[in-house]
Structure formats: structure tokens, C-alpha cells
Ligand binder design. Structure first.
Ligand SMILES: CC(C)(COP(=O)(O)OP(=O)(O)OC[C@H]1O[C@@H](n2cnc3c(N)ncnc32)[C@H](O)[C@@H]1OP(=O)(O)O)[C@@H](O)C(=O)NCCC(=O)NCCS
Length: 171
């Protein structure tokens, strides 16, 4: 599998991927809003034989006044025909590798700890998400540092406009 930054030509395949991977959730509004965001968005496509089989987005975020010091991972999807083949893992680690060439030092995610815990994510109570999470989602708010021997910074995560939608942060 090849991983590369997504291109405008991938858009229809990406828009078909999310409903297939998440039949009970409509992630297309945030995916489209991320496409429309002009900077600070890393969008990676996993390609097998020129077919798009996975996609992930990392959005650069601030923590208090520290600009672009963090990234938010999501959404992430792998084609149902190719799940559990290591594609999600490869997309996440390629994102981490690329982010190490930027000012980003830590990555946040709101997702299943059983999955994201495999990539070093741990529950995070030092950085507040943009909206208060329901109690039963607290453990889903996680973070990891991109560098060894660093600790997750404290503060409030400042997200770009596309993520300032309370419905994205609640069931
Ligand atoms: C969740 C998803 C992104 C994972 O991508 P993937 O390419 O299938 O995952 P990988 O093959 O990279 O899996 C890496 C490891 O996580 C495990 N894993 C995969 N999906 C998992 C899940 N939903 N929960 C827990 N562990 C999972 C794999 O078994 C693998 O384990 P290993 O390291 O012991 O081999 C993908 O399956 C997907 O798009 N699913 C649809 C939506 C969904 O289920 N979301 C809920 C979870 S966030």
C-alpha cells in the first residue's frame, strides 16, 4: 500500500469511503469542511493498486497561545474490505512522521481507547477539548506525544472553524 497526501481527484472515493466504513454515522459534513479548510490540514490517502482503501485527517490546533502545537486526529476510515490489514495503523504512523516535520508536538483524538491505545494514546485530562464532553466519553478523549520523554501540555485545545460544532463532540 502507498500512503500519500490526498488530492482533489480522490474526493469522490473519500466521500464513498466514510458511509461504507461508518454506516450509522454521517461524517461527510466534517470531511467536506476539512477539504474546504485552506491550511493546517494533513489529509492522507492509503492506496492499493490505485484504489483508495483508507483515509485520515490531522488538523493543526493551538493549545492556549501556542499556535499549531497540537494536532487533532480524525476522522479515520478504512474500507470494510480491507480492515484489520494494518492500513489504519500505517495511516496513523505516517501522519505522526509527517507531523514531526512541523511545529506539532502532540496529537489528540476522540475515539475508542481499545483502538487508539495501540498507538500510544492515553486518556487526557490536561488538555480540554473545545466543548465539554459527556461523562461517558471522558475516556475517549486521548493524547499522545510525538517525541519520547515529553509530557502532554496543559491547556485548552483551540480548533479551527471546521471543528467548532458542538455536535461533533457529543453523541
Ligand atoms: C477502526 C479502523 C479505522 C481501524 O483500521 P484498520 O486498518 O482496520 O486497523 P489496523 O489493521 O491498522 O489495526 C491495528 C490493530 O488494531 C486492531 N483493531 C482494528 N480495529 C479495531 C477496533 N475497532 N477496536 C480495537 N482494535 C482494533 C487490529 O486488530 C490491530 O491489532 P494488532 O496490532 O494486534 O494486529 C477501521 O477498521 C474502520 O474504519 N472501521 C470502521 C469504523 C469503526 O469501527 N470505528 C470504531 C473504532 S474507532
Amino acid at each position: 500500500m502507498e500512503i500519500r497526501e490526498s488530492r482533489p481527484i480522490d474526493r469522490s472515493a473519500i466521500e464513498a469511503l466514510y458511509p461504507a466504513a461508518f454506516p450509522d454515522e454521517d461524517l461527510l459534513p466534517i470531511v467536506r469542511a476539512l477539504f474546504a479548510t485552506e491550511s493546517g490540514v494533513l489529509s492522507l490517502a492509503g492506496m492499493t493498486d490505485a484504489v483508495l482503501v483508507g483515509h485520515v485527517v490531522f488538523t493543526c490546533c493551538d493549545i492556549d497561545s501556542r499556535e499549531n502545537i497540537a494536532a487533532l486526529l480524525g476522522p479515520l476510515a478504512v474500507s470494510p474490505d480491507h480492515q484489520r490489514e494494518g492500513i489504519g495503523r500505517a495511516l496513523i504512523y505516517e501522519g505522526f512522521r509527517k507531523l514531526r516535520n512541523t511545529s506539532v508536538r502532540q496529537v489528540h483524538v476522540l475515539g475508542d481507547p481499545a483502538y487508539y491505545g495501540r498507538f500510544g494514546f492515553e486518556p487526557c485530562n490536561t488538555v480540554e477539548p473545545p466543548y465539554e464532553l459527556p461523562d461517558d466519553w471522558q475516556g475517549a478523549w486521548q493524547a499522545t506525544c510525538l517525541y519520547e520523554n515529553e509530557r502532554v501540555l496543559n491547556g485548552q485545545l483551540g480548533v479551527p472553524e471546521c471543528w467548532r460544532d458542538r455536535s461533533l463532540w457529543a453523541p
